[in-house]
Design a binder for this molecule. Structure first.
Ligand code: ADP
Length: 261
């Protein structure tokens, strides 16, 4: 519970945090300004072969724009608009965007449980969370590999719930497993921290897992990472089971009372 609280406090502080990204941003601006200076010099000399300077500047500007968008989306923390979700349908519907995002070298396998429960969550954010995890899996498998997306009905018992500062009960599980680099203990300990990244400047923002953590927490769920260096990583998202529809379809129950007399 203490760990969860610490994490929550950090999440609150994100709104005020600027130093961490200022550095990345400066680097991108430096590339743009440097490119413009070179461009100016070449043009003054009457050179026309300046395409690459324009390309480099545009590339860097696009990265900066992408960073601002992600930051804005993150800091806005849009109120969730939950709806009933069948995670199997969602995952199946994401196959195209997943292939486009993670490329053809990585095999994506989905193992969708029959009779899967539903959940009640913000569909856009859940898709974003799955995508963020898929991007991380891709980045961890530079030499190719396999990403397995699995769904299951899950029961978190009292012992597990206590140990992991969550509530016991029934959840739907969405798990992503990669055969990538895995994480060291140090990386694992900081993985959910906003702006924590081990990736190169302009490649990682350190906000992917923060989004996942924030969304799952706001949805009343639970997220857990299992990782082994050189073996790979499994990230499990548990979202609370939704009972609404079942209540409507449930056969009426009878209450038996012993006959008098
Ligand atoms: P980013 O991807 O922008 O770095 P994240 O918050 O998504 O930010 O991830 C933080 C860090 O956690 C990553 O930089 C990486 O070191 C580590 N990480 C996350 N997912 C994985 C994974 N599937 N395999 C190995 N390391 C990972």
């Amino acid at each position: 519970a203490e760990e969860e609280l610490r994490q929550a406090q950090k999440m609150e502080a994100v709104g005020q945090l600027t130093g961490g990204i200022a550095h990345d941003f400066n680097n991108m601006l430096a590339v743009i300004l440097g490119g413009l200076n070179l461009l100016e010099r070449r043009l003054k000399r009457g050179e026309t072969d300046v395409e690459r300077y324009i390309e480099a500047a545009r590339d860097s500007a696009n990265k900066a724009a992408a960073l601002t968008h992600r930051l804005l989306a993150f800091s806005r923390r849009q109120p969730l608009s939950p709806e009933v979700i069948d995670p199997n349908r969602m995952v199946a519907g994401m196959s195209e965007i997943l292939t486009r995002t993670i490329g053809e070298q990585i095999v994506v396998e989905t193992v969708l449980a029959a009779g899967l429960w539903k959940t009640h969550a913000d569909a856009v954010q859940l898709e974003q969370a799955v995508l963020n995890l898929a991007v991380n899996a891709r980045d961890a498998m530079a030499e190719g590999g396999q990403l397995t997306i699995e769904t299951a009905n899950a029961h978190l018992d009292d012992a597990y719930a206590q140990e992991n500062a969550t509530k016991p009960g029934q959840y739907v599980l969405i798990a992503l497993t990669d055969t990538g680099s895995g994480m060291s203990e140090e990386v694992l300990a900081k993985a959910f921290d906003p702006f924590f990244t081990t990736k190169a400047v302009g490649k990682g923002t350190g906000l992917g897992l923060s989004q996942v953590f924030g969304f799952v927490r706001q949805s009343g769920g639970h997220v857990k990472i299992y990782s082994e260096i050189g073996q790979g990583t499994t990230i499990k998202i548990y979202l609370p089971r939704y009972y609404g529809e079942e209540t409507a379809n449930r056969p009426s129950t009878v209450t038996e009372t012993a006959p008098r007399g």
